[in-house]
Design a binder for this molecule. Sequence first.
Ligand code: R5P
Length: 288
Amino acid sequence: MIIIGCTKSRGLAKSIAKKLKVSYFALDVKHFPDGEFYLRYPFPVKGRHVVLVQTLHEPHLSLLELVFAAHTAKDLGAKKVTLVIPYLAYMRQDKRFRQGECLSSKIVGRLFKVADELITIDPHLHRYKRLNEAFKMKTKKLTANSLLANYIKKHFKKDLIVGPDIESYQWAEGIAKLIGRSAVMLRKRRYTSRKVRVKFKKGVIVRGKNVVLVDDIISTGHTMIEVVKQIKKMKPKAIYCLCVHGVFAENAHEKLKKAGAKKVISTNTIPHKTNRVDVSGLIVNALK
Ligand code: R5P
């Protein structure tokens, strides 16, 4: 087995290889002046199990790079190609919400048909029940819930776990259960990518508590910002925002802090300064 770091996940790939005590190589990736990719394996892959590690943050380039890398590994005679995609983009587009829309998640699945196996962390499975509905290969769906639960247990006291919408129950409720606490789930209505409204339940006591908001993804941050604004009026001790995948589009991190979040915490499925929870161990166990 060789672990290969694609451009978006070199740090994570290195630490996976180190923990597994197997070789690590960086994929050679450049761009021609017109923007086209140049990609090369500067080491032999024939007959080997090639593990490509690439998160799909800023998905246009990262996705295409990984598609080219997977196809090239097979062309060069790799025995097996495993994709380790810590953050699997496009999974929220799992339905045609309006007639004529592109079903992006299924197309992404087809682009990777050449690979033998997919390992990912907390994919946004909502309308799909299983990853295989989009990815026709062996799949392993890992979850960072226990890691986030340990973080909460270690760092917060007198806390209340809040999920900003019903889709976040897998994370907010899942994590609360692991540490024997209860979670409050809110209702969200999304009007556009940047406009959401969240309804807070009556009778929930927030005053004096550390409120820990938990979701799988913070993208534009508008979901969490809405909740932070509402909770702030209810006099909590402090508000913390936790997520698996910190996409932080359009300065979402700064906006969240400005709205009143005391601290924002993410896992390292996407490299960011808020990374406090390391997922490399989860991936290592899945690869063993
Ligand atoms: C969707 O249901 C997800 O669980 C997140 O709530 C959503 O992706 C967050 O997006 P944003 O940060 O753009 O509001």
